[in-house]
Design a binder for this molecule. Structure first.
Ligand SMILES: [Zn+2]
Length: 195
């Protein structure tokens, strides 16, 4: 049975003069469901700065007739506040991140730690490529952050879907990062040397 991917709309942020969506993805498999990224959470100051219009991940899951308890495993592409902000809703589940990303976030974003590195958080720390479940893999894609990872969802045959997190914000940028020029917020995908 192929894995199925459903996109969740979790929030929007103000970036320059545009609103950017925040997504999570539910990947259902024969044994249950995986959530890739948990949406926005963090200190009020951060929510104000980004003019966040937020949703609870539980509400978003309810639209799929699911509850947080149905999520058996969480993958964070990275630990920015719009990708791991509601991790604590899934205390029952292991959270798969790159080891390099957890150390980066603890070092660079200590004020956010309470949102993802809460007591008894069940980390599964990865070093590079890893198979999380049959047909579901992560690949380390440092750039946007030091420990960023993308998620590969394999279909039948050679087909696969790639959940790219913030490795690039749009398909155009993914195809040609040079198009971005100076228009991108700090840390967004750039080729080495262009920072
Ligand atoms: Zn990010």
């Amino acid at each position: 049975m192929p894995l199925e991917i459903t996109r969740l709309h979790l929030a929007s942020l103000q970036v320059g003069d545009r609103r950017w969506p925040v997504h999570g993805f539910v990947v259902t498999h024969p044994g249950g469901a995986v959530l890739v990224d948990t949406g926005v959470g963090g200190p009020q100051e951060a929510l104000d700065d980004w003019r966040v219009v937020n949703r609870s991940v539980a509400d978003a899951l309810a639209e799929l007739d699911m509850t947080p308890a149905d999520i058996g495993l969480v993958i964070n592409t990275h630990l920015h506040f719009d990708h791991c902000g509601q991790n604590s809703v899934f205390r029952h589940a292991p959270h798969y991140v790159q080891r390099a990303e957890l150390s980066r976030a603890q070092r660079e974003d200590p004020e956010l730690c309470g949102w993802f590195d809460f007591m008894n958080a069940r980390w599964e720390l990865l070093d590079g490529v890893a198979e999380v479940l049959p047909g579901l893999e992560v690949v380390a894609t440092p750039g946007h952050t030091e420990g960023h990872q993308c998620v590969v969802v394999r279909g039948d045959g050679a087909e696969f879907d790639l959940l790219i997190g913030d490795a690039a914000y749009t398909p155009r940028l993914y195809a040609d990062p040079d198009l971005a020029g100076d228009q991108l917020p700090p840390g967004q995908a750039r080729r080495p040397g262009l920072a």
